[in-house]
Design a protein around this ligand. Structure first.
Ligand SMILES: Cc1cc2nc3c(=O)[nH]c(=O)nc-3n(C[C@H](O)[C@H](O)[C@H](O)COP(=O)(O)O)c2cc1C
Ligand SMILES: [Mn+2]
Length: 479
């Protein structure tokens, strides 16, 4: 099942009993948060608030808030299928032999079908709001201590000022007034990189922000792709059909033609303004800090737009399920660079940057430490605070099993690898913003070649003979 826009996805959710329409008036100020938070924590449906108090358009929340709905978004039976599906496509980049190329021919078509196409008349430009303003939109104030209302699912499009290459990232935007907002791209992200280049040239950076789209496009905006890799191409690969783009009205940025709402504008090179606090996906408020400022110059939208939002906070929240899908999707990419990786898992409580479990096929002394450093050298995994490396017999998706085996297998002083380096902007405990310490825990079996000469015990398991005997007795025992 593929969707061209948010409306088609909503209909699909509704036909499958995955959507609840809420007719009662509910305020986007705190009230929608309280409802969505309770529903996501019960594994409940997507929510369409049809009567946001004080606003005319409906608000969609919790659309991707379960594994099942994330599977619907990505068009896979199970989340783990994603890994298999994209592995072979990604394999293309690995200098294939001639025979491999022949085998890949049908897949090459898949890639060309996935390229974005540019059209000239688009649903997202059916209406123009004059004068441009954020005010008609039911933008949520999520938590009581928040600095204001925030766009929480914006797809922020920029172009590299030197090469013209596009980037799309999801960076929250705090509304300051009718035509200005914050632009919370953290310094490690694509948008921030484009902004640094614009600053070096002393130029304004044009920015277009889409809200609401085919959920694959929304998901792609949150994916940690390498720099200069187009998020819209990834969306096209997952959709099996290229994303249709259209030029923004007031700048040269291409935006998804099927978006619900588009905010066009720019960010000045040197302007900064206090942003925050914001009840964040760590479950804590991120502290106020200075961030770039977005100036709104034009608003276009569909005739009857749907405002798409999420709320983040103490996990599990909707972003956890997006993160889980990202974990599955990027596992083959990590394996390509670190082939000894068997599996990885980031438990929700670790809010992605705090904790990563990785199982490896250990083949040489110090291998676990090599993998930690490899992970800290990979894109956004660079900010992982705690990496736990285990042997391949550990199911990293089973947090109890991982904790049990890892804790049994470590001598803390010997097995911790402390490093200093970049940490997540949302880490409120690091000694400095964006810079601090991280730890890797080598919880693999220790080898004599690593200086461990005591015997290593076996895991306790009953013999198959006894098991079979007890199986045959079992019914008789009435237990
Ligand atoms: C709901 C949600 C909100 C997010 N908010 C931010 C944010 O405010 N700032 C930020 O830098 N990243 C945020 N992220 C993470 C980025 O979208 C993610 O790191 C993405 O890879 C950025 O794209 P880029 O690699 O092209 O910069 C958010 C992700 C989600 C799912
Ligand atoms: Mn990017």
């Amino acid at each position: 099942m593929r969707f061209d826009n948010l409306g088609e996805f909503i209909s699909h959710l509704e036909r499958n009993g995955e959507l609840r329409r809420i007719r009662a008036p509910v305020s986007p100020r705190l009230e929608m948060t309280e409802i969505a938070d309770r529903v996501v924590k019960q594994g409940g449906p997507a929510l369409l608030f049809e009567n946001p108090t004080g606003f005319k358009m409906p608000v969609l929340m919790n659309a991707m808030g379960t594994r099942r709905r994330m599977e619907m978004v990505l068009g896979t039976e199970t989340i783990s299928d994603i890994t298999e599906n994209y592995l072979s496509l990604l394999d293309q980049n690995a200098a294939p032999s001639f025979l491999d190329k022949l085998k890949m021919l049908p897949r090459l078509k898949e890639i060309s079908d996935a390229l974005p196409t540019v059209i000239h008349s688009a649903p997202c430009q059916e209406a123009i709001l004059d004068p441009p303003s954020f005010e008609p939109f039911p933008i949520l104030t999520c938590w009581p201590g928040d600095g204001g209302p925030y766009l929480t699912l914006p797809m922020v499009f920029t172009r590299d000022p030197e090469t013209g290459r596009p980037n799309c990232g999801m960076y929250r935007m705090q509304i300051y007034d009718a035509t200005t907002s914050g632009m919370h791209w953290q310094i490690h992200k694509g948008g921030a990189q484009h902004h640094r280049k614009a600053m070096a040239r002393g130029e304004r950076l044009p920015v277009s922000v889409a809200v609401g789209c085919d959920p694959v496009v929304v998901f792609a905006a949150a994916c940690p792709l390498p720099p200069d890799t187009d998020e819209m191409l990834l969306a096209g690969l997952i959709r099996g059909r290229g994303v249709r783009l259209v030029k923004s009205r007031t700048n040269d940025i291409l935006i998804p033609a099927e978006a619900e709402i588009v905010f066009e504008g720019y960010v000045e090179p040197d302007e900064r303004r206090r942003e925050g606090p914001f009840g964040d996906h760590t479950g804590f408020y991120s502290l106020p800090d200075d961030f770039p400022v977005f100036h709104l110059t034009c608003v276009t939208h569909r005739r009857d737009p749907i405002y798409h939002a999420t709320v983040v906070g103490r996990p599990p929240m909707e972003d956890c399920f997006m993160g889980e899908a990202i974990e599955r999707l990027f596992l083959p990419v990590m394996r390509r660079l670190l082939p000894e990786i068997v599996d990885i898992h980031m438990p929700f409580a670790g809010v992605f940057h705090n904790l990563l479990f990785v199982s490896i096929r250990k083949s040489f002394p110090g291998h676990a430490r090599k993998v930690m450093h490899g992970l800290w050298g990979l894109g956004q995994a660079m900010t992982t605070k705690v990496i736990v490396v285990v042997d391949e017999d550990v199911d990293v998706h089973d947090t109890e099993e991982t904790a049990w085996k890892a804790l049994n297998h470590i001598d803390p002083q010997r097995d911790m690898e402390f490093v200093l380096g970049p940490v997540d902007t949302l880490d409120h405990a690091s000694r400095l913003p964006n810079f601090g310490s991280k730890v890797g825990i080598d919880a693999t079996r220790k080898w004599p070649e690593e200086g461990f000469t005591r015997p290593w015990p076996d895991e306790i398991r009953m013999s198959q003979e006894v098991k079979t005997k007890i199986n045959s007795l079992w019914e008789q025992l009435g237990l």
